[in-house]
Ligand binder design. Sequence first.
Ligand SMILES: NC(=O)c1cc2c(=O)c3cc(F)ccc3oc2nc1N
Length: 327
Amino acid sequence: MNEEHAKERILELRELLEKYNYEYHVLDKPSVPDSEYDQLLKELIELENNHPELHDEHSPTVRVGGAVLDFFEKVEHTVPMLSLGNAFNDQDLRDFDRRVREGVGDNVTYVAELKIDGLAVSLTYEDGRFIRGATRGDGTIGEDITNNLKTIRSIPFKLKENVMLEVRGEAFMPKKSFQKLNEKREEEGQELFANPRNAAAGSLRQLDPKIAASRNLDIFLYGVGELEGHSVDSHDESLNYLSNLGFKTNPEWKKCGNIDEVIDFVNGWQEKRPDLPYEIDGIVIKVNSLYQQEELGFTAKNPRWAIAYKFPAEEVVTKLEGIELNV
Ligand SMILES: NC(=O)c1cc2c(=O)c3cc(F)ccc3oc2nc1N
């Protein structure tokens, strides 16, 4: 195959594989069988190996893991990644609602969404291309784990619009992947992961991205940090915007006109939680209007416009030399 033809084929395969990847991992609606995807990926890997001068860090082939690092660079979050204050019962939620209404008046709408139990990460895009991903760290300084995040198939390398955007989300390991991983580790006599959150965090902290690539990690994006080239007025609008850009957002969110609707949503999901294919540790409630979020602002540690209702820890049975303790 001559140079020109190889270059054309490589570019064509990259476009095609990213489209198939988006259909499979973001829309969950593949248009071709896995065997066809695998065969095209194999062809691209061979072509790229024969044409190193055409290497592109956004090629779908880097999703199987790139170079091993010696350490992770530090990254500063220009918009700090704060953590959420907690609510443990209905009264806490009513107190939160009262404080919000004292701040912005009674005309307030909430968005309630599932609190994914994984690792908080920030993704930065310039001109619509994925250029950096980092952990939350202490909220201001995180670790650059771009190479590992590139192995998460649902993270788009190229957005549908060429915006400059910094977006936050939760990387997680689906329950089924967690069970398979621990079965494999048990067979190999390795230490087991205690829960999917630790497994996801452990996988993304590996210096060799091939390990992260093998762990079937996934991500839901939930918030915009910095944004140029577009403006949104409310949280529900920003969730739709992220989805239209090509991001995977969690579909189970609900707009609530008052705190009673929020409490119904919380109770509903407390029951349905075990049926989800991923772990959640609560429900996040946010004031929907971004203008009202601005008015409410932040305490030193948490936003005043959001709160996390934490579910009671699921019954954990610990076996100690055959004695069953319900802790
Ligand atoms: N784990 C989650 O599924 C989740 C987490 C957060 C946050 O940590 C979070 C932290 C803030 F300071 C502000 C909003 C947030 O919104 C969030 N929304 C979510 N859905």
